[in-house]
Design a protein around this ligand. Structure first.
Ligand code: NAD
Length: 288
């Protein structure tokens, strides 16, 4: 049976470290770190994330506030709002909550954030820095996957890593982070599935990361004996939340597996806080 990753414990240890780094900088500067969450319209799911972010932020010494904006706002006015936050020295980090109204292009809004205040690490400049192995502020979920592997001393050198899902915020940046650690990286997606090639790739994986968003799409018998399985998926099924991997079957084959909930999710929030701490450090080194 697989060892089950305790994401909450990894997150707790990370939050302690982030809290210490923030206290060290705070002792030397006037302005506290402040994360501003920009929320357009209403969303029950986003409110759950916001509450979680607030709780974690405040526990590590980051001030947290929400700018609630009417969903009638235009894209231009939302970019203007972001620019105001960029030039406000009391705001050290910005996160734009999803979903945004359909008429607003999320990528354009994120591109308007000062990369040094980009809490989620998804500004094109921060994503680009991964290519050159010089990213301090990293996309949160890929950062969480790397952190979990590190916490469990999973060696990536030359290993077969298979990532299912190629989104710009999870699969693609994660594939570069894995390459930077000298893993042999394969990225699968809907095309791999529809051509019937997905199980074949998964069977070869030493380390499998799944970020699709479809409950139980990855079957237990596709997983190789002794593989490491990281399930990023978050799917509401009735009153419960499940991942993309058939957990009970996969646990019989894997050596290490993340549960959903309680695996990648809590560590993702900690990476968000680490990004805010790193942003705070970068800004203060420059005397912003
Ligand atoms: P997305 O919708 O942007 O991308 C989905 C990816 O899955 C695409 O690459 C698509 O080609 C692929 N795909 C779809 N159907 C497939 C199939 N049948 N077989 C193989 N590949 C298939 O999603 P995203 O934003 O990357 O999120 C993916 C999942 O991860 C969602 O469940 C989301 O809620 C979750 N998520 C979790 C965290 C976390 O902190 N744990 C953070 C971000 C996203």
């Amino acid at each position: 049976m697989a060892k089950v990753v305790d994401g909450k414990e990894i997150a707790r240890q990370m939050n302690d470290k982030v809290g210490n780094s923030i206290r060290e900088i705070r002792a030397l500067v006037q302005i506290p770190p402040r994360l501003v969450s920009v929320m357009v319209g209403r969303s029950e799911d986003a409110e759950i994330y916001i509450n979680m972010q607030r709780k974690t932020a405040e526990s590590v010494g980051i001030e947290f506030s929400v700018d609630r904006i009417d969903d009638g706002i235009t894209q231009e006015d939302l970019i203007a709002h972001i620019e105001k936050l960029n030039s406000d020295s009391a705001v050290t980090a910005i996160i734009v909550q999803k979903p945004l109204p359909g008429k607003i292009d999320h990528d354009k809004i994120v591109a308007g954030i000062n990369p040094e205040k980009d809490a989620e690490g998804i500004h094109p400049a921060n994503l680009g820095r991964i290519l050159r192995r010089e990213a301090d502020i990293v996309p949160c979920t890929p950062g969480a996957v790397m952190k979990i592997l590190k916490a469990h001393e999973v060696d990536l050198y030359g290993k077969e890593v298979v990532i299912v899902g190629h989104s710009a915020i999870v699969g693609k940046p994660l594939s570069l982070m894995m390459l930077n650690e000298m893993a042999t990286t394969t990225v699968c997606h809907i095309g791999t599935f529809e051509t019937g090639n997905l199980p074949g790739h998964i069977r070869k994986a030493d380390i499998l990361v799944v970020a699709v968003g479809k409950p139980g799409i990855i079957k237990g018998d596709w997983i190789g004996e002794g593989a490491v399985v990281i399930d990023v998926g978050i799917n509401k099924v009735g009153d419960t939340v499940v991942g993309d991997v058939d957990f009970s079957e996969a646990s019989k084959k894997a050596a290490l597996i993340t549960p959903v909930p309680g695996g990648v999710g809590p560590v993702t929030v900690s990476i968000l806080m680490r990004n805010v701490s790193r942003a705070y450090s970068i800004q203060n080194k420059k005397g912003v």
